[in-house]
Design a protein around this ligand. Structure first.
Ligand code: HDD
Length: 754
């Protein structure tokens, strides 16, 4: 690999020693080990030349010193300690048919390594996928925070992000109904900052001390370890029904937010109220928001259940493929700021993580963006070994007294010690900061650093390493008043649990409400204990009477007749997924189902038109590979399912009477419709679609105009300009709109068999 220059612009503590240390720590480059005779300016120039290419960032540079090229072609196979081996397939035996000898050091070493290759999976969030990228500010915000990561719009801070589900094991499916983890590690010049959030802005419990109970209840039941990666069981709802503060969170997890279409198409939230402080020590409260550029979109429940079988790696694959194809996922970082003096002005407590701060009360200011542009080289080394800790902060970012956050600050460091085998996990390449680590920590399992010298304590007669003042970039906890008796209690506003739950439910559009009702009906329908089901209906009846009644009727509980809560009508247009941007079809995956006689010109034209707008097109034919007119099919009717796509196109020419005899084809079309996805059809394709008799859907007939109805876009006349988006109307334009809409929930889908 060539020696790419990269950026270090360390202004805050810009003395020569720091520059040297920083440079050497990051590069490990012997040619610049001694820069003592060089001027600071020269070092600055040497390291300041920026290469913003994918592999040019400072963290990638650091990681590359540990990276070994693929397969090591041309090398001989060796033992772990370097001895070349003549045979790695046959063990050393006492005679061809005799016992294996203890002397076979190669067999023993290879097998012993294998025997110890697994580490404990994460206690929660075991299933995940990660990616590298960068964070960049739009403008500096020194008024809000002195953190260096927020000051330089011209610079890119490397990040590593890990998305995850919560409840399932490492090998569980991606698309289960669950909260999604959204953990971001910023490799800043002042050390690592970990923002360990979720895709839902609130949490189940108010106190960290309840986390173990929550997770025990959510995980598979202890006697038989069933069910995997789902909360549809007695123990979970038993806990929830007895924990009224959780009601609000379950409204979110029963909503479509818990079945995202993609990690790329979901929001992220820091959840807690954090604190930002500036160079003058002025503190403000902040909530962090990640908003995806392509909008927030979800699956439908029937579909997500089917994907768990059709492609358990659905989200992992989606993230990987998007990055490999150059369609880099992007989010904006938003800040919701609350002045310190306004801490108590809300009717909820901002320290209570079961509440969000409505945007109407504190608008979001978008200050930067995050782009993920590189897949990991090695899943285990990077995504599995990455260790996020909420307590990893940098000067300018601090904690509020949220008891959930305070407790998390203990738990994350603690868990890594078990998971990663000791206290030196900060030396694992993916966890290493890009700035120097200089302290008196020594020893412990797997210590990599060879610290020279006699001193491993402080103070010492050499005064090293020095403590840093705030002006020297030291973390000085912003002075904060702490008062009150030592007491196991919570603030008085923590006692109210249902107002925001109702606020959220009020804000949902009609199809979102219907999905929430069906989700509760599904989950509680798996609960055998009648007492638990009854208790849950009592909880829901503190949120909304109609919700409680409909769920009760579905789960064999007597529906309540009068509402038991505060019947307020507050709502926000910001909380419905229906309000998310719907103007792009970038990265949507569209299937083309073709059969004998298909029209190749139509196929090519429509594919090219969709691809030009950023969509991914996939051909499904009777056989894999080259088709009768030379087009390539990536899948066959039997090797893939409709649930893996965002929409379907049926071009003309195909002898659909033959296709209609094939069960998989009929299921494909029915399911696409049932899951409310866009369907485009031309000529014979439109006629074929008519045979399905979808209720209320208009379809173009012979000699008729193009028809776009409920996301079904049909035309009886193909023209080479059909995908021209510049005119006022065209089939292509309507198809584009239907795909951008993502789902068409106005359809009547109940009678559709699929
Ligand atoms: Fe947690 C992992 C997010 C509450 C204890 N948590 C973990 C991960 C995410 C979150 C995204 C996976 C990180 C990764 O990809 O490696 N957790 C949250 C959020 C919470 C939350 C948004 C509430 C606002 N967590 C929470 C509490 C505790 C924990 C209250 C303990 C008191 N979380 C853990 C953990 C994990 C973890 C057991 C498991 C693996 C790990 O930390 O590294 O320590």
């Amino acid at each position: 690999m060539t020696d790419t220059p990269y950026r270090i612009n360390y202004t805050k503590n810009a003395n020569m020693e720091t520059m040297k240390g920083l440079y050497n720590a990051v590069t490990g480059n012997p040619t610049v080990q001694n820069v003592a005779n060089t001027t600071a300016a020269a070092v600055g120039t040497a390291v300041n030349t920026v290469n913003d290419g994918i592999r040019g960032d400072i963290k990638q540079r650091d990681l590359s010193t540990y990276t070994v090229e693929d397969c090591q072609k041309g090398n001989y196979i060796t033992t772990d300690f370097g001895t070349r081996m003549s045979d790695t397939d046959t063990s050393l035996k006492g005679g061809e048919r005799g016992p294996i000898l203890l002397e076979d050091f190669h067999f023993r070493e290879k097998t012993t390594h294998f025997d110890h290759e697994r580490i404990p999976e994460r206690a929660v969030h075991a299933r995940g996928a990660g990616a590298h990228g960068y964070f960049q500010m739009y403008e500096a915000i020194p008024d809000l925070s002195c953190a260096d990561v927020f000051q330089h719009p011209s610079e890119r801070t490397p990040v590593f992000v890990r998305f995850s589900t919560v409840a399932g094991s490492r090998g569980s499916a991606d698309t289960v109904r669950d909260v999604r983890g959204f953990a971001v590690k910023f490799y800043t010049k002042e050390g690592n900052w970990d923002l360990v959030g979720n895709n839902i802005p609130i949490f189940f419990v108010q106190e960290a001390i309840k986390f173990a109970d929550l997770v025990h209840a959510a995980k598979p039941e202890p006697h038989n370890e069933i069910p995997q990666a789902q909360t549809a069981h007695d123990n979970f709802w038993d806990f929830i029904s007895l924990t009224p503060e959780s009601t609000h969170m379950t409204l979110w997890t029963m909503s479509d937010r818990a079945i995202p279409r993609s990690y790329r198409l979901m929001q992220g939230f820091g959840v807690h109220t954090f604190v930002l402080y500036n160079a003058d020590g002025k503190r403000r409260f902040v909530k962090f928001h990640w908003t995806p550029k392509l909008g927030s979109h979800s699956l439908v429940w029937d579909e997500s259940q089917k994907i768990t079988g059709a492609d358990p790696d659905f989200h992992r694959r989606d993230l990987w493929e998007a990055i490999e194809s150059g369609a880099y996922p992007e989010w904006e970082l938003g800040l919701q700021i609350v002045e310190e003096e306004d801490e108590h002005k809300f009717d909820f407590d901002i320290l209570d993580s079961t509440k969000f701060i409505p945007e109407e009360l504190a608008p979001i200011r978008y200050v930067g963006k995050m782009v993920l542009n590189r897949n990991p080289d090695n899943y285990f080394a990077e995504t599995e070994q990455v260790a996020f800790c909420t307590q990893h902060v940098v000067p300018g970012i601090a904690f509020s007294n949220d008891p959930l956050l305070q407790g998390r600050n203990h738990s994350y460091l603690d868990t890594q010690i078990t998971r990663l085998g000791g206290p030196n996990f900060q030396e694992i390449p993916i966890n290493k900061p890009v700035c120097p680590v200089t302290n008196n920590q020594r020893d412990g399992a797997h210590r990599m650093t060879i610290n020279k010298g006699r001193v491993n304590y402080f103070p010492n007669r050499f005064g090293c390493p020095m403590t840093a003042t705030a002006a020297q970039g030291g973390y000085v906890h912003p002075p904060t008043m702490v008062h009150g008796p030592k007491i196991r209690a919570r603030g008085p506003k923590f006692a109210e649990h249902f107002n925001q739950a109702r606020y959220f439910y009020n804000s949902l559009c009609s199809w979102e409400k219907e999905h929430v009702i069906k989700s509760y009906a599904f989950e509680l329908g798996h609960v055998d204990d009648l007492g638990v089901r009854e208790k849950m209906i009592q909880r829901l009846n503190c949120v909304d009477l109609d919700l409680a009644q409909k769920v009760a009727s579905a789960i064999g509980v007597k529906p309540p007749t009068t509402f038991d809560g505060n019947a307020h009508d507050q709502r926000s247009a910001k909380l419905t997924l229906a309000g998310s941007p719907r103007d792009s079809i970038a990265t949507r995956k569209i299937a083309f189902l073709i059969g004998p006689g298909y029209n190749s010109a139509q196929l090519k034209t429509v594919r090219a038109g969709l691809a030009a707008a950023g969509a991914v097109t996939v051909v499904i034919g009777p056989t894999k590979g080259e088709q009768e007119k030379g087009d390539e099919a990536q899948f066959t009717y039997t090797s893939c399912k409709s649930v893996l796509f965002d929409g379907l196109v049926l071009v003309g020419g195909t002898q659909y009477e033959k296709m209609s005899q094939i069960g998989e084809v009929k299921q494909f079309v029915n399911e696409t419709f049932k899951h409310c996805k866009p369907i485009g059809a031309i000529e014979e394709g439109a006629e074929f679609l008519k045979t399905f008799g979808f209720i209320g859907v208009g379809i173009a007939g012979p000699g008729e105009q193009d028809v776009s109805s409920q996301g079904v876009v049909t035309s009886m006349k193909f023209s080479p300009s059909i995908m021209d988006l510049s005119g006022t109307i065209s089939w292509g334009k309507d198809l584009h709109k239907a795909i951008a809409e993502h789902r068409h929930f106005e359809r009547i889908i109940d009678p559709v068999p699929a």
